[in-house]
Design a protein around this ligand. Structure first.
Ligand SMILES: NCc1[nH]cc(CCC(=O)O)c1CC(=O)O
Length: 309
């Protein structure tokens, strides 16, 4: 830590994580009038990055992205940690606080390898390890075959180029942050609903560290925070994990939050939809929506959730 350091920001070391950490550093320095070296980026190797050959859902879930950063925070080796909120477990320890959500980027998915879901060749092999993307694809295209595709964005694009699959999905936000806008076809958000918290960057710190919480609050974007927290409340009520195909889109329009969600069975043949409009801070409305959807869902869907109702 140099004498100029005001904040040590922990990050995973994938190119996407580093781009997100750089964005966080830039916003912090701008907000506080700091020189760039005031925020020290500390690279922490996450277990999720070490295991590349199996679906995340099978090897321990989202905790694999946060565990090491959580420990570094607890040990005081970093002051804050940057996360893709999509990858952060719904239930977090009380000792940690999500002190800032940055302005949310494009929430949509991008299809690479075909110009639309309908134009994917018949019987094509599609690479993804996200249960939501697999179920949404199979819902529309039961003829496709889904194969596991993990690894960082560049790895997945390389697998596609090597012919391991004819098409794949990536988040528009990730492609944008890596300077790859223009790759693939952006899917309409209201037809191919995104994952909870997709496109959102969150910064966590120790709950008892008032000074860091205060520094981070300067870069919080309230509208983005409201949509992310509502989506996480929905996920919490559903008892959704990374095995659970859940898709949700929420937006703030004229001071109200609208939320549209779908749950799928693993093979995409079963689907249940729900929609609400509520006050942006009414997390109970999102929880009630979740319970209502579960009560209407077929058993092939409910087995993938363990609702907290
Ligand atoms: N699961 C990996 C992951 N976590 C966050 C993003 C993209 C960035 C974001 O959604 O904020 C990605 C890659 C992807 O889904 O294409």
């Amino acid at each position: 830590m140099s004498s100029e350091t005001k904040l040590r920001l922990g990050t995973r070391q994938s190119p996407l994580a580093m781009a997100q950490a750089e964005e966080t550093r830039r916003r912090l320095c701008e907000a506080h009038g700091w020189a760039e070296d005031a925020v020290e980026l500390v690279k922490v190797r996450a277990s999720g990055d070490k295991i590349q050959d199996r679906p995340l859902a099978d090897i321990g879930g989202k905790a694999l992205w946060t565990r090491e950063l959580d420990i570094w925070l607890a040990e005081g080796r970093i002051d804050a940690a940057v996360h893709s909120m999509k990858d952060v477990e719904t239930l977090r320890p009380e000792s940690l606080t999500i002190a800032a959500i940055l302005p949310r980027a494009d929430v949509r998915d991008v299809l690479i390898g075909a110009s639309s879901i309908q134009s994917i060749p018949r019987g094509a092999v599609v690479g993804t390890s996200a249960p939501r993307r697999a179920a949404q694809l199979l819902h529309h295209r039961p003829d496709c075959e889904v194969v596991t595709f993990r690894g960082n964005v560049a790895t997945r694009l390389a697998k596609l180029a090597a012919g391991e699959a004819q098409a794949t999905f990536l988040a528009a936000a990730g492609l944008e942050r890596l300077g790859r806008t223009g790759t693939g076809t952006v899917l309409p958000a209201d037809e191919f609903l995104p994952a909870p918290a997709q496109g959102a960057i969150g910064i966590e710190c120790n709950t008892d560290d008032a000074q860091t919480r205060d520094l981070l609050s300067a870069i919080n974007h309230q509208g983005s925070r409201d949509t992310v927290m509502a989506e996480r409340a929905l996920l919490e009520a559903l008892g959704g994990t990374c095995h659970s195909p859940i898709a949700v889109l929420s937006e703030i329009k004229s001071g109200m939050l609208t939320m549209k969600a779908s749950l799928f069975s693993a093979e995409g043949n079963e689907r249940v939809d729900g929609e609400i409009e509520c006050d942006p801070h009414d997390l109970d409305a999102a929880r009630t929506l979740g319970r209502d959807m579960l009560s209407r869902a077929a058993s092939a869907i409910t087995v993938l959730f363990n609702g907290q109702s």
